[in-house]
Design a protein around this ligand. Structure first.
Ligand code: SF4
Length: 362
C-alpha cells in the first residue's frame, strides 16, 4: 500500500496533471516527447497517462523494445540454424516474431528444437545436459540485458563448455536516440529516457547527444508519478529554453551508471554497427563479441549471415518505432494483425507499442 501511495497516488497524479496543463499554456506550440523505452510505453498506456495531458503535448513511442527492433534477417538466421539441427534457446517473445517468411514457432511446429527460457543461464545448463548438441542462445537486448546474456560466454569460456554459442543482435540506446534526433522529418522535441538502461549506462551517457541536438532528456522510472513528473520537468526545460539531462529516477540511476556492469560487458564485447528493424543500419549502435571470443559467436562459428532483408509487406512497425505513426494508423492494426496472429514484432512483444495500444487503447 505504501508503495502504491508513493508512486501511484491519484491526488498527486491529478495535481501533476494540473501543473502540466498550466505549464503547457507557456509552450509556443505543440511539442513531441518520445518515450524511448517499451516499459514506459506499456505504463503510459496502462495508466492512461495521455488522458491526463493537454493536447499540446504529443507523446510518441520509440524503438525501446528489443524484440521489436530485431530485424527479420536475424530471425531468418535463427530459423536457418534451427533447421540445421541446432537447439535454439530464447526468451519467449522471440518465437512469434515474423522473419521474412516464417517464425521460430512455426519452425518448432515442424520439428526443430526451439526452447524458451526466463534466464540466459538456461542455455548453459542445456549445453551441459546435451554435450552432443550445439546450443545457440538468441542474444537480443539493450544495455540492461546485455550483461546477463554475456555471462553465457563468460561461463562457457571459464568452464570450457564448447557446445554453446550466442547469435548476437545487441543494441545500444543512445546511438538510436542520435539517429532519431538527426531525422528532421520526425520533429522530436525531447526524450523521456529509459529507466533500466540508464541504471547501467548512467545519466552521463546522454550528455553528448543533448549537447549536440539540444533536446531535453529526462530519465524517469516506470510508475505513473515518475512519468508525469518527468514530463513536467521536460516542459520546464523547454519553457526556459534549456536542454540538459535530468535524472528523475535517482533512487536507481546514478550519474556514472553501473561501472562494474559496463566493465564486464566491454571485457567480452566491442562496439559495432547494427541493423535495427525500421531504423536500418545505425553506426556504432550494437555490440559484437571480441575476436578472442569468436568461438562463442554463432554467426562466425556456423558461417551464417544475417541479411538486411526488407521488412514484411504492409507492416508499418518501422514507422511506429520512429514515432511517425501510432499503431491505429497501420491498416493491419486489430484487423489482420492481432496478438494471436501478429503481422509484426510490435504486436508480438509484451513491450511492443502495437501490443500496448491493442491491450489498453482500442
Ligand atoms: S499493427 Fe501489426 S503490422 Fe501494423 S505496425 Fe503494428 S505490428 Fe506492424
Amino acid at each position: 500500500m505504501k508503495y502504491i501511495d508513493e508512486f501511484r497516488n491519484s491526488d498527486t497524479a491529478n495535481a501533476l496533471s494540473r501543473q502540466i496543463h498550466e505549464l503547457s499554456s507557456e509552450l509556443p506550440g505543440q511539442i513531441t516527447i518520445m518515450e524511448v523505452c517499451g516499459t514506459h510505453t506499456m505504463a503510459i498506456a496502462k495508466f492512461a497517462i495521455r488522458s491526463l495531458l493537454p493536447e499540446k503535448i504529443r507523446l510518441v513511442s520509440g524503438p525501446g523494445c528489443p524484440v521489436c527492433v530485431t530485424p527479420a534477417g536475424y530471425i531468418d538466421a535463427a530459423i536457418e540454424l534451427a533447421g540445421d539441427g541446432k537447439t535454439i534457446v530464447t526468451f519467449a517473445d522471440m518465437i512469434n516474431v515474423p522473419g521474412t517468411s516464417s517464425s521460430l514457432s512455426k519452425t518448432r511446429s515442424s520439428g526443430a528444437k526451439v526452447e524458451t527460457c526466463y534466464s540466459p543461464e538456461a542455455a548453459v545448463e542445456t549445453a551441459l545436459k546435451n554435450p552432443g548438441t550445439e546450443i545457440v542462445f538468441l542474444a537480443v537486448g539493450f544495455e540492461t540485458t546485455i550483461g546477463p546474456v554475456t555471462s553465457i560466454v563468460a561461463r562457457a569460456s571459464a568452464e570450457k563448455i564448447r557446445n554453446v554459442s550466442i547469435l548476437t543482435s545487441f543494441k545500444l540506446i543512445p546511438p538510436a536516440m542520435e539517429a532519431l534526433s538527426s531525422d528532421k522529418e520526425l520533429k522530436i522535441d525531447s526524450f523521456l529516457c529509459p529507466a533500466h538502461v540508464s541504471a547501467i549506462i548512467g545519466a552521463k551517457a546522454y550528455e553528448p547527444y543533448v549537447e549536440k541536438y539540444q533536446k531535453p532528456c529526462v530519465i524517469a522510472g516506470f510508475e505513473p508519478l515518475d512519468i508525469l513528473s518527468g514530463i513536467k520537468m521536460i516542459l520546464q526545460q523547454i519553457i526556459k529554453g534549456e536542454a540538459r539531462v535530468e535524472n528523475n529516477y535517482s533512487r536507481v540511476v546514478k550519474y556514472e551508471g553501473n561501472q562494474r556492469a559496463v566493465s564486464f560487458i566491454y571485457k567480452y564485447l566491442e562496439c559495432s554497427d547494427a541493423c535495427w528493424r525500421g531504423l536500418g543500419m545505425i553506426p556504432a549502435s550494437g555490440l559484437s563479441l571480441k575476436k578472442e571470443y569468436h568461438g562463442f559467436d554463432a554467426e562466425k562459428r556456423f558461417g551464417i549471415r544475417i541479411s538486411n532483408r526488407a521488412e514484411n509487406k504492409g507492416c508499418r512497425c518501422g514507422d511506429v518505432l520512429k514515432g511517425k505513426i501510432i499503431p491505429s494508423q497501420c491498416p493491419l492494426f486489430a484487423k489482420t494483425c492481432t496478438p494471436e496472429k501478429p503481422a509484426g514484432p510490435c504486436m508480438v512483444s509484451s513491450e511492443g507499442t502495437c501490443s500496448a495500444y491493442y491491450k489498453y487503447m482500442r
